[in-house]
Design a protein around this ligand. Structure first.
Ligand code: BES
Ligand code: MN
Ligand code: ZN
Length: 497
């Protein structure tokens, strides 16, 4: 069941709800909503500030149960940190933390006044959008592969949240609901195990989405026979080791006029990356089910764009394969002929993402002549070393396109950071046996991977997002994050004007 959101503006002390959320900064500075609750409840919040029970520290929260003088059953007092340094990232963080705390309480509905907290440089529509996305993110539960729970009575679960905001924020709510659907789709797809979410499964999900839309949306799936006829020699080599046959999934949305070139999103869809013959070490290999995070991300952004009804044309292309060792698997030293005609010497079968993306990028450019082409891929461990899990790596030769994407990431807090794509790095890809090698050696691994892709995007307005560090949360229970759905959707919204 999806969480319901609405906007409302009743006073916090008289609103009828299972839980009201109000914010308190450090050093006992109350927000106006907290002050109203405090007044009505005879100074209850201020007394707890004085006693030290309420610190105001970022992410902390204190539950007041059935306080006298107010209508709501509970008040969750949420710490906002220091007031003078309060910013957009903090606004998002306190919503994530508050929603996590709320999710542990037996409440079905809540009213949040945290969306009223001023953020320098951001308007109320931004605040509502960011709040809804953060709360929906925290409320997401992965349940698909657990034994179905017995129908015994359970404590109530959060089902609806009202946010304090005026009508001017309605647009922010509408945007958030569209983006949240894309994010949830991406997370669920990426969280599914690879014995379920294989290339055929991804194709079926895309097809099912398209079938449920009007005729502005269509889906086409190329199988290995069709790709073979077209000459996808690089992609098909990667796929050869798996019984799960590869697919090229193509979604089209016609929201703009017929003569307008589309924008193109291309996502790496490796449903499991064992490394192939260049087998990965055992520990951590299970995380390579998330190696289709780029595919999930571009599909999620596509869904959000359709839901928003953006006035532009969009194509979403997902090359999807499984990378496995096998008697028929491709091997180090193989020379492949890509769709572009360029030959590739395979020096490591674990550098497979670029090998499926190069053919997908070539095909997308040839088929659609897009206005701009963005790929998203969990491409390199090197990007995780360089940027960690907070920023996606952005590489492009087009400064204007890079600036657009960085701005979209900054605005939505789904942030990217640029790495250079200078020709100086291209020499690392030289091969004695083919036009290009598929790895570039020890240094600058994220950049040489992008350099490899750049050889297949000549003449295109193209940017590459390496989401290896951002697509999922690490750890045994780490879930897919849905990044970069929000960044890409914002970029598309900005393009649609
Ligand atoms: N899917 C991996 C990249 C990856 C690794 C993403 C760890 C997230 C966490 C990719 O296919 C890969 O294996 N890349 C190799 C490239 C190397 C062989 C040049 C890598 O990063 O080690
Ligand atoms: Mn790999
Ligand atoms: Zn991979």
């Amino acid at each position: 069941m999806t969480l319901q959101f609405s906007l409302g503006a009743a006073a916090p002390e008289t609103v009828d709800s299972a839980c009201v959320l109000v914010g308190v900064y450090e050093h006992g500075v109350l927000t106006s909503a907290a002050a109203r609750v405090d007044n009505a409840a005879g100074g209850l919040i201020k007394r707890q500030v004085e006693s030290g029970d309420i610190s105001g520290k970022t992410g902390s929260s204190t539950l007041l149960f059935a306080p006298q003088g107010i209508t709501a059953r509970r008040v969750l007092v949420v710490g906002l940190g220091a007031q003078k340094s309060f910013d957009a990232a903090r606004f998002q963080k306190i919503h994530l933390e508050a929603a996590r705390a709320l999710g542990k309480l037996p409440v079905a509905d809540a009213v949040s006044y945290l969306s009223e907290v001023e953020v320098p440089g951001r308007d109320s529509a931004w605040r509502v959008r960011t709040a809804v996305l953060a709360i929906d993110h925290a409320a997401y539960r992965y349940t698909a592969t657990f034994k179905p729970r017995d129908k015994q009575p359970k404590p109530p679960e959060l089902a609806s949240v009202a946010l304090a905001a005026g009508d001017e924020a309605q647009a922010g709510l509408a945007q958030a609901l569209a983006i949240a659907e894309g994010v949830r789709f991406a997370r669920e797809l990426a969280n599914l195990p690879p014995n379920i979410c294989n290339p055929a499964w991804i194709a079926a999900q895309a097809q099912a989405f398209a079938d449920a839309q009007d005729d502005k949306v269509s889906c086409q799936v190329l199988d290995h026979v069709e790709m073979d006829k077209l000459g996808f020699g690089s992609l098909l080599a990667v796929a050869r080791g798996s019984v799960n046959k590869p697919k090229l999934v193509v979604l089209q949305y016609r929201g703009g006029s017929a003569d307008e070139k589309p924008y193109a999103l291309v996502g790496k869809g490796v449903t499991f990356d064992s490394g192939g013959i260049s087998l990965k070490p055992g520990p951590g290999m299970e995380e390579m089910k998330f190696d289709m995070g780029g595919a999930a991300g571009v599909l999620g952004a596509f869904i959000a764009a359709v839901r928003l009804g953006l006035a532009l044309n969009l194509v979403c292309v997902v090359p999807t394969v499984e990378n496995m060792p096998d008697g028929d698997a491709y091997r180090p030293s193989d020379v492949l002929t890509s769709l572009s005609g360029l030959t590739i010497e395979v020096l490591n079968t674990d550098a497979e993402g670029r090998l499926i993306l190069c053919d997908a990028l070539t095909w997308t450019a040839q088929t659609f002549q897009p206005q701009a082409m963005i790929d998203a891929a969990t491409l390199t461990g090197a990007c995780v070393i360089a940027l960690g899990k907070h920023a996606s790596g952005l590489m492009s030769k087009h400064d204007d396109l890079a600036a657009e994407l960085l701005a979209a990431g900054e605005h939505t807090l789904d942030r990217a950071w640029r790495l250079p794509l200078w020709d100086d790095y291209q020499a690392q890809l030289e091969s004695g046996f083919a036009d290009v090698a598929n790895i570039g050696g020890k240094s600058a691994g994220a950049i040489t991977a992008a350099c490899f892709l750049s050889r297949f995007t000549d003449g295109q307005r193209w940017a590459h997002l390496d989401i290896a560090g951002t697509a999922w949360d690490e750890g045994r229970k780490g879930l897919a994050t849905g990044r970069p759905v929000t960044l890409l959707t914002q970029w598309l919204m900005d393009r649609a004007g």
